[in-house]
Design a protein around this ligand. Structure first.
Ligand code: SF4
Length: 328
């Protein structure tokens, strides 16, 4: 097997699988060794590599598709097929960024030094890294990256799924009609009293627009979520408000839909990611786009906003004092 550079990245793991596929054991270089792997051994190796990758890329355990292994030397993985290799091209790489790979071409991938080993975790530095990121296929179709916006010490961090057309054009999150509704939800005529201009930060799970406003795919979320977790770590909001399925399921590592998860305060456990015990209350609610489409969702969203206000009053004395004379 030729030398390769392995970093802590989900796509690097994919690359390792690719190399295994291209150079099944025993290889000519290993003549004399009797090396075979059972499906069980391959599954154990994949689980170990995934766990290592999750730990080193921010401590967040990702939900992955099932791998499929055989006892013979043929390797198949649904992940391999679904993840585009779209890394920056290291010096000794044989593949250019974002280019299609010819069949049977080995891939040597080096971690981008800027993403998962940050030396500067200011919001500006994270945004600069996002601006040049090519870690997933969404880099090919974006007009602008959309890192997020708001105050630097927010009471609430609102997290959606991904930029839409207006956001892609402007580089700002939640600026279309759904964004305007989000702003109204957060303020609720002063009864909730939240705004991106004074006490909120608004971001998305992926920072580039999925074409046609489709939901981001699991591999795109896996590639992008280290940016989000670094933003959370830097901002340290009092509460996270997830809107819609992708952000809720990603941060809670749950598979249930938003209809079931909304309205219940839970905790985003960033223990590994945050370098110690660091848990943040998390409240899921419906995405404002869904509320625009479905009038009946307004009532549960209003209940969720009231839950948000009550929890914030527990957590922040200044906010509680400001809201004391404003009836719900
Ligand atoms: S969506 Fe995220 S990971 Fe993918 S290219 Fe954009 S910034 Fe990079």
């Amino acid at each position: 097997m030729p030398p390769c550079v392995i970093g802590a990245d989900p796509k690097t793991i994919t690359s390792l699988f690719h190399i295994m596929d291209q150079h099944p054991l025993p290889s000519p270089a290993l003549t004399g060794f009797n090396i075979t792997m059972t499906a069980q051994e391959k599954a154990a190796m994949a689980a170990f590599l995934d766990l290592s990758s999750d730990y080193l890329t921010g401590g967040y355990k990702r939900t992955r598709e099932e791998y499929s292994f055989n006892d013979d030397l043929t390797f198949t993985s649904s992940l391999r097929a679904s993840v585009p290799l779209c890394e920056e091209n290291p010096k000794n790489a044989t593949v250019s960024p974002c280019e299609e790979k010819p069949e049977n071409t080995p891939v040597y991938v080096k971690m981008p030094p800027t993403c998962d080993d940050p030396t500067d975790d200011s919001l500006e530095a994270i945004a600069a890294e996002i601006a040049s990121c090519k870690r997933c296929g969404l880099c090919k179709t974006r007009t602008n990256t959309v890192p997020g916006e708001g105050v630097t010490k927010p009471l609430v961090m609102v997290i959606g799924e991904g930029p839409g057309e207006d956001e892609d054009r402007s580089g700002r999150p939640f600026v279309g009609r759904a964004g305007q509704l989000l702003d109204r939800m957060l303020d609720s005529k002063g009864k909730i009293g939240l705004s991106r201009n004074t006490n909120c930060y608004i971001a998305n799970t992926v920072k580039c627009r999925p074409p046609g406003n489709r939901n981001p795919q699991p591999d795109e979320i896996s590639a992008c979520v280290p940016f989000l977790t670094r933003q959370i770590k830097t901002l340290r909001p009092k509460i996270i408000l997830t809107v819609g399925n992708p952000s809720t399921q990603t941060l809670l590592d749950r598979t249930e839909g938003i209809t079931k998860l909304r309205g219940s305060l839970t905790v985003f456990r960033g223990t590994l990611m945050m370098d110690g015990d660091f848990n943040i209350p998390l409240l899921p609610t419906f995405h404002p786009s869904a509320v625009r489409r479905e009038e009946s969702l307004k009532a549960p969203v209003w209940e969720d906003m009231k839950t948000l206000r009550r929890k914030l009053c527990e957590l922040d004395a200044e906010y509680a004092a400001r809201m004391a004379d404003i009836p719900l």
